[in-house]
Design a binder for this molecule. Structure first.
Ligand code: HEM
Length: 521
């Protein structure tokens, strides 16, 4: 019996050690295989990208320890780099090359090519929007974009003008009250809430009254927090581009708070969907035949007519995508525009005079689409604001195959390409005196053709911004009411604004202005 036990124990110990030995061999071999795979990839990438300059990397980590400065010190680091490394630059995040492009010729090669439609891994940390239109890949994007396009038909956009007017007039009232209480104010939160109410009422057919403070703006509040985490992680790829980094992030205090935030955002959108479905039942909503209806009804109609086409969670992804994208960039642009007009009083006066021909002395006039078309100078100013402060300063593409740049340089498959409207719009080869606000530069001149890829606030090619026309119409309405009702005085200079590249461009110290009412209503 003793012998038997000894031999079992002995065999067991032997088995354990041989299992451990085998495990050791396999893990060593796997590690060697992974390291040599990464090493070979990195070697190929280094060789191919040797002609693209960038900050000096350190062994193993590359530029991982300076990469975050790209977002935090947009002007003092990123713009400086872009001046030093003309037209494009390379940054290594561990072994992964990030190639920043800010010249039209290279950007065109990415945006026009249907091989490069997939967004970069940064968008995976947009966790609350799941696989909505912005992040969707391949077949899902190909299927969804043509459907959603119907909701942005000019007939649908035309029908939104009443809501734009009503909300912007309310914004003017709210600001009038504010100016009575304090001389100086940060106008951005008011614009942001107004933009949120507009997106809910137009695309989601759901009234929200956050501007008046009736409904607490749960969504915007948590969106702002989620954007903080996005901002932090976006420029620290180690928190999302490898399983260990992701796990450490999830377990961290911030990671847990992020998860709570995302849950609240998603729950808000689920409720919005439920409420709209219920409201449709109650009012006996009839499905439209031509699909030119607000987004939420389009998706619900489509789901009912084509069972299995969209799950409720996929519709929720789209709701979150459009609630996020639908007011963030537009309100950022409007905020910066207000400040710029304050800094250029002569230009502000010229816009006011143009507006006066349309408002005709009546500050509460409801603007029509025809009225908006009679404001060509405001159009030029808006374009110039979008040039100087593009709401989306950077956007990524992950290369599914090698990309050939304009001069023949090959950017290898699996690299990340970052297209930067912000840097492109400040590139002196594309725009002379880029720090000057010169609306006239957007004027068409007979016989002169400019490269449209020098100005891409809404991106270009097949994945250009679906909300472009919506946004232009909305921003113009915002500015028309604000500039007709107030003379804007900035608090400080343009260079005092601390500009951050968050999900959307943001001034970290707000948009501080003094508003002088022009006409008492
Ligand atoms: C000034 C305002 C805006 C700016 C500067 C802007 C900018 C952009 C840019 C640069 C992209 C391309 C992003 C990429 O390729 O990764 C984009 C895509 C997109 N935008 Fe906008 N946007 C604005 C307003 C809006 C509005 C108002 C909406 C919705 C109502 C919207 C919804 C979207 C969506 C869904 C996409 C993804 C399109 C696709 O991949 O098919 N955007 N936008």
């Amino acid at each position: 019996m003793e012998n038997l036990t000894n031999s079992i124990v002995g065999t067991g110990a032997h088995n354990v050690s041989s299992i451990l030995y085998t495990l050791f061999i396999y893990s060593t071999l796997s590690l060697v295989a992974i390291i040599s795979y990464i090493y070979n990839k990195k070697r190929r990438a280094s060789a191919l990208l040797k002609h693209i300059d960038g900050p000096n990397p350190i062994p193993i980590f590359g530029n991982a320890f300076i990469y975050h400065r790209a977002a935090e010190c947009l002007e003092s680091f990123m713009v400086d780099c872009s001046r030093k490394y003309k037209n494009r630059m390379k940054i290594w995040a561990l072994w992964k090359p990030y190639v920043f492009l800010y010249n039209a010729a290279d950007i065109k090669r990415v945006l026009q090519n249907t091989k490069f439609l997939d967004k970069g891994p940064e968008y995976k940390i947009f966790t609350w929007i799941g696989e909505g239109l912005l992040t969707a890949k391949g077949d899902r994007w190909l299927k969804t974009r043509p459907i959603i396009d119907h909701s942005f038909h000019h007939r649908v956009l035309g029908s939104f003008q009443d809501t734009f007017n009503e909300k912007c007039m309310l914004l003017v009232d709210v600001l009038r009250k504010e100016t009575q209480q304090s001389k100086q104010l940060n106008i951005f939160p008011h614009i942001f809430h107004c933009g949120f109410d507009i997106i809910c009422e137009t695309l989601m057919n759901t009234k929200m009254n956050t501007l008046e403070g009736v409904d607490e703006n749960v969504y915007s509040k948590h969106l702002d927090r989620a954007a903080d985490f996005f901002h932090y992680r976006q420029w620290r790829p180690m928190t999302y581009n490898n399983p260990l980094g992701k796990l450490i992030w999830r377990l961290s205090r911030d990671g847990r708070e992020e998860a709570k935030c995302l849950h609240i955002l998603n729950e808000f959108s689920r409720n919005l969907l439920k409420t709209r479905r219920q409201a449709r039942k109650e009012i006996g909503y009839e499905k439209s035949k031509n699909m030119n209806v607000p987004l939420i009804d389009l998706l619900l109609d489509y789901q009912e007519k084509n069972p299995g086409s969209f799950t409720d969670e996929q519709i929720r992804d789209e709701i979150d995508t459009f609630l996020t994208g639908g007011h963030g960039a537009t309100t950022a642009t409007t905020g910066f525009a207000v400040f710029i007009f304050g800094c250029y009083p002569e230009i502000q006066q010229r816009v006011y005079e143009e507006l006066d021909t349309v408002f005709n002395g009546d500050p509460s006039k409801r603007l029509t689409n025809e009225d908006l078309n009679k404001l060509p100078y405001l159009d030029l100013c808006l374009k110039e604001c979008l040039r100087m402060f593009p709401g989306v300063p950077f956007f990524p593409r992950e290369l599914g195959s090698d990309l050939e740049l304009a001069d023949g340089t090959i950017v290898p498959k699996d690299s990340i390409v970052i297209i930067s409207p912000y840097l492109l719009h400040r590139n002196t080869e594309a725009h002379s005196e880029p720090y000057k606000f010169l609306p006239e530069r957007h004027q068409r001149i007979e016989g002169v053709t400019k490269d449209p890829y020098n100005f891409i606030p809404f991106s270009a090619g097949p994945r250009y911004c679906i909300g472009k026309q919506f946004s232009l119409q909305e921003t113009k309405t915002f500015l028309a009411y604000l500039l007709y009702n107030f003379r804007i005085e900035p608090v400080g200079k343009l260079t005092d604004l601390e500009i951050l590249a968050r999900v959307f461009l943001k001034s970290n110290n707000g948009i501080p202005v003094i508003l002088h009412p022009r006409n008492e209503a």
